[in-house]
Design a protein around this ligand. Sequence first.
Ligand code: NDP
Length: 322
Amino acid sequence: MKAIQLPTPGGPDAMVLVETPTPTPVRGQALVRVEAAGVNFIDVYQRTGFYKMEPPVRLGLEGAGVVEAVGPEVDGVRVGDRVAWCSVAGSYATHVVAPVEKLVSVPGALDSRRAAAAMLQGLTAHYLVKSTFPLGAGDSCLVHAAAGGVGLLLCQLAKRAGARVFATVSTEEKAARAREAGADDVLSYDDFAAEVARRTKGRGVSVVYDSVGRSTFDQSLACLRPRGMLVSFGQSSGAIGAFDPLVLSAGGSLFFTRPTLGHYTSTRMELLARAHEIFELIAQGALRISIHATFPLGASAEAHRQLEGRKTTGKVLLDPTA
Ligand code: NDP
């Protein structure tokens, strides 16, 4: 099998395509032939060493493919099943060995590329809108990086929940993509807090979903209504660092949370329920999966350059079969 490994953290070219023996699944595991692997910003944090990992790191957490073999005592997954996942290390590969409790079965109508694209970013958008701050009609939210992988899905789910959706993006093309996804007010990063204040007549929004971090933190807090929530779920511009909790009281008894997908898919039942709902919405045509580009495994560095360089909208995939 082939896989992307990271001998030491570094830039995009630190990733190396290696030939390695195909593993045999042991108890509770399945061997899956990967048909599509998702590229996510967390892979960049792992590659650069921002998230500390024990070397050699096997990159990639997400994908979809077909089960080729199962280990002993495996229930519920059979050879030939098409499955998808969002937290199996080493997914930038032609094959991956996965604990079966991390696999979800993919409906027949959904191809592997869209299934892979729906998992990590789709389940994230789902928990943010349904669980971290359950949005409803009458709420308003601000989604940063709204034309990104999580962003486009978050806008669609927030709109579907009945909220007024404010969005930030960096280019006109991305603004158009955010509007197509349901954003009502698309703003520039420069002065979004002032614009939110102006457009809400000083009330502010119920929640800010902030994946950008350092460069947006102060303005994000300033956008919130009293007792609103800042959901800091990423840091594509850098870490926000330490801050004084008194800024929360001064801003209006605000809430701050730093959630992560693992804690919102912590039981098998929760993982399946979120994935099922996302797959259903896609099947109904109520949630659009937008794939920006698909690269062969050997071009993983270019995929990372584009994602980090803010050149992508929607999902970036790797095709290990290419
Ligand atoms: P995106 O497709 O959203 O790509 C990142 C986007 O961030 C860029 O396209 C860009 O959009 C924006 N951005 C703003 N400032 C910068 C900067 N300085 N450098 C690079 N990009 C910048 O990626 P993902 O959808 O994969 O992930 C989005 C975020 O969500 C990441 O921070 C990720 O870690 C986080 N995340 C968190 C999860 C969790 O559970 N906590 C789970 C999944 C993702 P623009 O040009 O419009 O500003």
